[in-house]
Design a protein around this ligand. Sequence first.
Ligand code: SOE
Length: 381
Amino acid sequence: MTKKKLNIGLIGYGFMGRTHSNAYHRVKNFFDVPYEPVLQVVCGLVEAEAKAFAEQWGYKSHTTDWHKVVEDENIDVVEICVPNNLHAEIAIAAAKAGKAICCEKPLALNVSEAEEMVKVVEEAGVPNLVSFNYRRVPAVTLAKQLIDEGRLGKIFHYRANFLQDWTISAKVPQGGMATWRLDIKAAGSGVTGDLLAHCIDTAMWQNGPITDVCAMTETFIKERMHAETGKVEPVGIDDACTFLCHFDNGSLGNFESTRYARGHKALYTFEINGEKASIAWDLHDLHRLSYFDHSDESIVRGWRSIHVTDSDMPYMDKWWVPGLQIGYEHTFVHQVADFLQNLAEGKSTSPDFREALATQYVCDAVLTSAKNKKWETVKKA
Ligand code: SOE
């Protein structure tokens, strides 16, 4: 049966542009999606690079002007994969033009931009999604399922880390194509918006709203060369951030993120301790979910390592056979599969802009708390 074509316009051809493009290619082969995605146009800063990207990833055309993508009547979905400071302007224009939107995380540079984005997409009634992809690692989705089934009972503790080590050298510049995440003007914050936002999104999805936070941040390297100006400039981002929090359900949270944990490249881990059971997960071994069930007979009770590959586990019936693995890129395929399904029903996909605003509120409270050295209440989205 021929499916309705869905025309995709991608803005940004960096790392995230590749993950999203790959997802659109793969999704139709593995999932029974209601549309046939057509990669129509890619937009990026440098013409030759946009052209090369279009050729490599099968986009029909390329441009260096994002307005052309948003204003193109032919485009159904706008994919926003550019630095954070460009999210709001593009998303607002796309919503006003009636496009469905998938925006990279974090939603915006700051809370006021994020609030405006939510207002505009909701007024326009366009389906929207923010790409917090780790929710769609099968083991992470399974963890959510186990919690929702009440297997952990009352939850006492939620702790999460996201550790990297790629900015330890003072020679790493700030700004520019590859290192915009170090430039406060482009990123809005450092590890808080870039890495902790992932942990916060997963945590609130699994364990409910965060009500208040107490944080500390540090900028270990105070000045870096700016890739665009060539000048040594003060660094405005947080290199590391640790915070404590309360969840609405009474449990305690403990979060840490840094780009200065020598030896760790992308060590995203979480552990949740409940009255009846505990769960732990580690991105470096993403197929495994550690699970401890106190109701097991005591002589065989212990931490089990569940290999999340069986076909009754989230998303896994679409891939290979039990025991065979998938990886990081598949989280984006799952995201697109869910997005297309919801799109056909005229719905947004979780986490939508409003849920991402809730994460932005936590990030904002974290940064304010670190600055003021005080507990901060988190605004409700
Ligand atoms: C930063 O290094 C980064 O690429 C984040 O921007 C991503 O969101 C994260 O998934 C991996 O690390």
